[in-house]
Design a protein around this ligand. Structure first.
Ligand SMILES: *[C@@H]1O[C@H](CO)[C@@H](O)[C@H](O)[C@H]1NC(C)=O
Ligand SMILES: *[C@@H]1O[C@H](CO)[C@@H](O)[C@H](O)[C@H]1NC(C)=O
Ligand SMILES: *[C@@H]1O[C@H](CO)[C@@H](O)[C@H](O)[C@H]1NC(C)=O
Length: 191
């Protein structure tokens, strides 16, 4: 009789303890989903542009054929991967696209960092601009801008997904005398 009472009491205690444990686990999971596992914005940094190949001709027409090295570093702070599609970087000279380069699709693992790099062959001659190119070239500095857009997706635990698009632009000054380049780059991520 008293034995039965005890087991009933311990069953109640057991139920109460399980319920509390269950509640604690549920709270921990919810907190994790809203903090640790919440998709965070990947950090994208455009690296300075480098010159990989250079060729210029001044007769009969001035032309410039230069290969630019473009690189962006993508830092994924998520406890999940950041995957982005194939994309293209464009090089612009005074409003005209004068070169492009493709960037292969990639997946950056959880809390990983990747450098994405590509080369763009840029060709400019006097025919594509109305006198500006000759002036720029003879001044010794030709300016370009590059734009790189990455369309990607962050996925955490294969459950939580968020789209992230990164935009990087660089103002590039190519010195055609010293064959060096200066660049100022900015990046932003739309999440
Ligand atoms: C530019 O130079 C590269 C290598 O130096 C060459 O393969 C390419 O054909 C050149 N492009 C033009 C349009 O001259
Ligand atoms: C990416 O490139 C930058 C600059 O070139 C370098 O400092 C860094 O160590 C590289 N990071 C990785 C993960 O390769
Ligand atoms: C080229 O860029 C440099 C640095 O941003 C700037 O000082 C210069 O005025 C620019 N030249 C032209 C022709 O726009």
């Amino acid at each position: 009789m008293s034995r039965g009472k005890t087991s009933c009491k311990s069953l109640k205690i057991c139920c109460a303890v399980s319920a509390i444990l269950f509640l604690i686990i549920a709270v921990v999971i919810v907190v994790l989903l809203f903090t640790l596992f919440k998709p965070k914005q990947p950090k994208v940094t455009a690296q300075p542009v480098t010159i990989k190949g250079f060729n210029s001709i001044v007769w009969p027409l001035i032309s410039l054929n230069v290969t630019l090295g473009i690189a962006v570093t993508v830092d994924n702070p998520n406890y999940g991967s950041f995957k982005f599609k194939d994309s293209t970087a464009y090089i612009n000279y005074r409003g005209t696209i004068v070169g492009q380069a493709s960037i292969a699709a990639d997946t950056i693992p959880a809390r990983g960092k990747h450098n994405m790099s590509t080369f763009a062959d840029v060709f400019v001659d006097e025919l594509i601009t109305s006198g500006d190119f000759r002036t720029d070239f003879l001044s010794g500095v030709v300016n370009f801008t590059s734009t790189t857009t990455l369309h990607g997706k962050v996925s955490v635990l294969k459950l939580i997904k968020a789209k992230a698009t990164s935009y990087s632009t660089c103002d590039i000054s190519v010195n055609v005398v010293t064959i060096t380049s200066d660049s100022v780059c900015t990046s932003k991520v739309k999440f």
